[in-house]
Design a protein around this ligand. Structure first.
Ligand SMILES: NC(=O)c1ccc[n+]([C@@H]2O[C@H](COP(=O)([O-])OP(=O)(O)OC[C@H]3O[C@@H](n4cnc5c(N)ncnc54)[C@H](O)[C@@H]3O)[C@@H](O)[C@H]2O)c1
Length: 332
């Protein structure tokens, strides 16, 4: 489907589900962006889920989002169970405003929902020549190291920095070997998942997406990944007053109440300590790129470059929607 047509349709769907035009556009922009950067696990495939949650009154389509000022740099956002995209939009705008004014924007968000890709928000700050760290917790997927029960989410860690080059540095990664959206999408489109990424409910390695969803996902780097997932749960859940320690509801399967996801955005000026950040970051990237390369590598990429290339390429074409997802989309 053509990008603009899809954007228009998405906005209409969200408006039919009682979102204001402004909020509907915020959601459709974020979803289309996910498709364009190649993260279809966080794109159209999730629209039915968001609409189901609105219908079941566990996402509030008309939220009264409140910003509590703690200082010129620090704000606490109560998202009033809005769809996550809208809460994150309000929060990143405030973080950018505070960072421009004081050097730092430190924003905790509670009572939010799944907001898609962390990198989408970091990019907005980076475009304003700011550095950004974005954290969010997520429903249980990973077993803490030493346990056989899932409790931590795939809790992505995201760091964005301006590079003074065409492409910003955006490192945005789940702490699981693959993100849960990819397993959901594989289940929906009846495909298997890569070996070594998940265990079934009996603790056996599985490539069956449905079995993986009922079992546990494996963290990156063993106890280190488990520790990072825990850190993100503390930063975005414990700190902000949101659900944490396995209490964030699964958006697809649990309609017993709002998710109450937490996010934390930390945005700051890159020249707080040195006046020549632009020169230093360019020098930094240049030195890495000049290193001898492994066989088959033509360019050492920095995080964000791969997504930028996909975005540029996909902007020229149409967005392909798998048949199973298209059916849901047409029903909506
Ligand atoms: N909202 C949520 O609850 C939630 C939960 C989990 C993940 N997510 C999102 O899902 C998205 C995908 O996460 P993921 O873990 O699958 O990411 P990924 O594995 O595709 O990429 C991780 C990072 O590695 C970089 N990278 C990839 N190939 C590279 C290469 N060859 N050289 C250098 N860098 C390279 C990417 O630019 C990216 O920054 C993220 O945007 C994340 O925020 C959201």
């Amino acid at each position: 489907m053509k990008i603009n047509k899809l954007k228009k349709k998405l906005t209409e769907i969200f408006m039919n589900y009682k979102l204001s035009k402004t909020h509907a556009k915020i959601c459709s922009d974020a979803i289309i962006n996910a498709e364009l950067v190649g993260a279809s696990s966080h794109g159209i495939s999730r629209v039915k889920m968001y609409c189901d949650r609105i219908k079941k009154k566990v996402i509030n389509p008309k939220p009264k989002i409140r910003l509590k000022k703690i200082s010129n740099s620090i704000f606490h956002v109560d998202a009033d169970n809005s769809i996550g995209f809208v809460a994150a939009d309000v929060a990143i705008k405030q973080a950018i405003k505070s960072a421009k004014k004081t050097g730092l924007g430190f924003i905790g968000i509670k009572n939010s929902g799944h907001y898609g890709l962390s990198g989408y928000y970091a990019e907005q700050a980076v475009k304003k020549n700011l550095i950004a760290l974005c954290f969010t917790n997520a429903p249980p997927a990973l077993a803490p190291f030493g346990s056989k029960k899932a409790l931590f989410g795939t809790n992505p860690i995201c760091f964005g920095a301006p590079t003074s080059l065409k492409v910003p540095f955006i490192f945005d990664a789940s702490v699981s070997i693959i993100n849960r959206g990819k397993i959901r999408l594989a289940a929906k489109t009846k495909r298997s998942i890569p070996k070594g990424t998940a265990l079934d409910k009996n603790g056996q390695l599985t490539t069956d997406a449905l079995k993986a969803l009922k079992g546990v996902q494996l963290p990156i780097a063993g106890f280190r990944g488990s520790g990072l997932a825990w850190m993100v749960d503390i930063l975005s859940g414990v700190l902000t007053g949101s659900n944490h320690a396995g209490k964030v509801r699964d958006p697809f399967d649990d309609f017993s109440g709002p998710q109450n996801v937490g996010h934390l955005f930390i945005v700051f000026k890159p020249n707080l300590f040195v006046g020549n950040y632009s020169q230093r970051i360019k020098e930094n990237i240049k030195r890495v790129k000049k290193l001898p390369k492994t066989k088959g590598t033509s360019d050492i990429l920095y995080p964000g470059q791969n997504k930028y290339k996909r975005y540029k390429k996909n902007m020229k074409g149409k967005i392909k929607i798998p048949h199973a997802i298209l059916k849901d989309f047409e029903n909506l």
